[in-house]
Design a protein around this ligand. Structure first.
Ligand code: PLP
Length: 452
């Protein structure tokens, strides 16, 4: 087997990693993960890590599922590839579309398949604009999104997203995409109660619609809670007010459930958790638990009927839309979620325990806020608990904490100084305890480093 040093040298020489500073990577050397089982990873040196991020928020059913491997292998032997263009398709794509329609909110019965979450959001952009064209409102083109949102890395995905660092690299956003404030009560709304702040944040949508003119606004896109932005859970007043505003001005709702879909909140979709009736839902990640890349858009009847009956050819699609092996992986992944009642177990057993145990960390001197729903959470690190002031960002306190986590055998992600946790949905209570113990050790070490 190739040794670690050789792998690291070849990696630095030949591979630009996503969202990674290549210089730092070359200096520190990449971490090479070699195998995984359940909720654990092993690196090439044999170190065992509890995967508190389910890969990139995606390995919902955990690693090492032989039945997914078997389903994919069988499909590959029978039909490894065929497309769904030009009046063709194949059984796995048809079965998967029906399976997802059955799981989705009742008013959503149609699916468009993509290869990733980013492609799903590109699809949304084109679909909502086409919808309004066909409805005789061709000026309804602008899409309103939110600062600090993440909707992917393609040109449209990064434009829809609200990450300023992504916009700076590549002259984004593209025209007719605008951003409003995010509902980040802990850092941006401390002078108000969460409920007052939720209403205020929602009303910035109404202000933007009025500024642009309702006849020019096609859709509002949002994650139910912001994931990559730091697990920002909107106050309870936010979504009801957004619903009121969208209905009043006839603006479509694109709900980006690339992270939240397939059980993360203890519901199959967060639309149910937040009582939303979106027009389009973006899916990917947990759809196959990451075993094979796949994404899609679930489409409400209101939109699907117009596209199906009036559009003629919808000039959009990907070579791998509905890929048979990916569809086989998705079908078996959904089968596991159903057979093992994983979504119900998250809702009734694991998520309440996880959230309650996690909140014990709020006592720690370094922790400003612990927030989360279902099996997703954030621990926000601050210098001053009273004022909520953060450490100077140049220090990289979040990165210290992330590295200490690794030393203690835990993968947590840092977004600035916010630590993110999104474990596989099959995590047990004992493993939750293990996660909390390791996180506490890492917090202690980080705090010592902050004091020194
Ligand atoms: N939307 C959300 C909410 C995401 O979190 C992500 C990825 O993290 C994406 C879209 C993009 O998905 P992908 O990386 O599969 O293109």
């Amino acid at each position: 087997m190739t040794d670690l040093k050789t792998l690291q040298r070849d990696d630095a020489a030949h591979f630009i990693h996503p969202f990674t500073d290549s210089k730092t990577l070359a200096e520190k050397g990449t971490r090479v993960i070699e195998r995984a089982d359940g909720i654990y990873l092993w690196d090439i040196q044999g170190n065992k890590l509890l995967d508190g991020m389910a890969g990139l928020w995606c390995v919902n059913v955990g690693y090492g599922r032989q039945s997914i491997v078997d389903a994919v292998s069988k499909q590959m032997q029978q039909l490894p590839y065929y497309n769904s263009f030009f009046q063709c398709t194949h059984p796995p794509a048809i079965t998967l579309a029906k399976t997802i329609a059955d799981l989705a909110p009742a008013h959503m019965n149609t699916v468009f398949f993509t290869g990733s979450g980013s492609e799903s959001n590109d699809t949304n952009l084109r679909m909502v604009r086409r919808y309004w064209d066909l409805k005789g409102q061709p000026n309804k083109k602008t899409i309103i999104s939110r600062e600090n949102a993440y909707h992917g890395s393609t040109v449209a995905g990064a434009s829809l997203g609200g990450m300023s660092g992504m916009h700076e690299q590549g002259d984004l956003p593209i025209p007719k995409i605008v951003h409003i404030a995010q509902p980040y009560w802990y850092q941006e709304g401390a002078d108000l109660s969460p409920e007052e702040f939720g209403l205020k944040a929602a009303r910035s949508l109404e202000e933007k619609i009025l500024e642009l003119g309702e006849d020019n606004v096609a859709a509002f896109i949002a994650e139910p809670f912001q994931g990559a932005g730091g697990v920002i859970i909107p106050p309870s007043t936010y979504w009801p007010e957004i619903k009121r505003i969208l209905a009043k001005y006839d603006v479509l709702l694109i709900l980006d459930e690339v992270i939240s879909g397939f059980g993360r909140t203890g519901c199959w979709f967060a639309a149910e958790y937040f009582d939303l009736q979106p027009d389009l839902i973006s899916i990917a990640k947990g759809m196959t638990s990451g075993y094979i890349p796949m994404g899609g858009v679930i489409i409400a009847d209101r939109v699907a009927d117009v596209i199906k009956q009036q559009c003629g050819e919808f000039t959009h699609g990907y070579t791998y839309s509905g890929h048979p092996a990916a569809a086989a992986a998705a079908l078996e992944n959904i089968n596991i979620l159903k057979q093992e009642k994983i979504v119900e177990q998250v809702a009734n057993e694991i998520a309440p325990y996880f959230q309650q145990r996690l909140r014990t960390l709020a006592e720690h001197p370094l922790v400003g806020e612990v927030r989360g729903i279902g099996l997703v959470a954030a621990i926000e690190l601050v210098q001053d608990k009273a004022t909520r002031a953060r450490y100077n960002s140049d220090l990289g306190v979040g990165t210290w904490c992330r590295d200490f986590c690794i030393q203690h055998g835990l993968v947590m992600r840092s977004v600035g100084d916010t630590m993110i946790i999104s474990p596989p949905l099959v995590i047990t209570k004992t493993q939750v305890d293990e996660l909390i113990d390791k996180a506490l050790l890492a917090l202690n070490d980080t705090y010592q480093q902050c004091l020194s």
